[in-house]
Design a protein around this ligand. Structure first.
Ligand SMILES: C[S@@+](CC[C@H](N)C(=O)[O-])C[C@H]1O[C@@H](n2cnc3c(N)ncnc32)[C@H](O)[C@@H]1O
Length: 207
């Protein structure tokens, strides 16, 4: 089983700083659910799950080839479900044969997807989160962002240029635009936390 586990070096570096942020915002409580959109290798959810035994974690991925790695991590933890194949641009009612009900999720987490996917994925992330999250529940997004049309530092400017050269529909998203998307879906930006390597974790709350 261990051989199937992919290891992304970046996920290894950022999993602890992200966990510290989650610990500040995740409240103790019974029967909580945490849905990850675009789990990648599965490293993040496997790192977080043992710290929150009260939460049932649902990993998911768009790329079918990654599901095996996520499952290999998930199987080691009683509170991580088998990964679901989720394309965030589809309606949540279709995910996992309809296991998620409206206003039923406590936490949604999405790392490093918005800038490495078409903008449609960001639009759908917020529209699905707006329907799935309970009132006062939280959406965490992690990655590099532009702020009011400006990208800093130069390394992120170059990263954005390289992404757009690879795929013209990719690129760093502007927090100002995301805030508008969020508000259209009843979600408020409540905090922006600077993270290592010029990334940010953004905390969004369903109102
Ligand atoms: C850079 S990886 C990030 C993986 C992981 N979250 C991490 O931080 O290591 C970007 C992810 O976005 C996912 N993605 C791309 N299009 C998607 C879509 N339509 N729905 C859901 N995820 C998507 C890819 O499959 C990929 O896993």
């Amino acid at each position: 089983m261990a051989a199937k586990k992919l290891v992304y070096p970046a996920a290894d570096r950022n999993k602890d700083p992200i966990l510290s942020v989650l610990k500040k915002y995740i409240q103790p409580g019974p029967d909580q659910t945490f849905l990850e959109i675009s789990s990648g290798s599965g490293q993040h959810i496997a790192h977080f799950a043992p710290h929150f035994p009260q939460i049932v974690f649902y990993p998911s991925e768009y790329e079918p080839r990654l599901l095996e790695s996520i499952a290999a991590y998930a199987t080691e933890f009683a509170n991580i479900k088998d990964p679901l194949r989720i394309d965030v641009t589809t309606e949540f009612h279709t995910w996992g044969n309809g296991i998620f009900k409206e206003a039923s999720i406590d936490y949604i987490y999405n790392a490093n997807m918005m800038h490495i996917s078409p903008y449609e994925c960001s639009i759908s992330l917020f529209s699905n989160a707006g329907k799935l999250l309970k009132d006062n529940a939280i959406l965490f997004t992690y990655g590099p962002y532009a702020i009011n049309g400006k990208i800093t530092p130069t390394s992120n400017v170059n990263f954005d240029i390289n992404l757009r050269l690879q795929d013209s529909s990719w690129g760093l998203r502007d927090i100002k635009d995301l805030k508008e998307l969020a508000e259209k879906n009843g979600i408020k930006l409540i905090d922006i936390i600077d993270m290592p390597a010029n990334n940010k974790t953004i905390i969004w709350k369903k109102c």
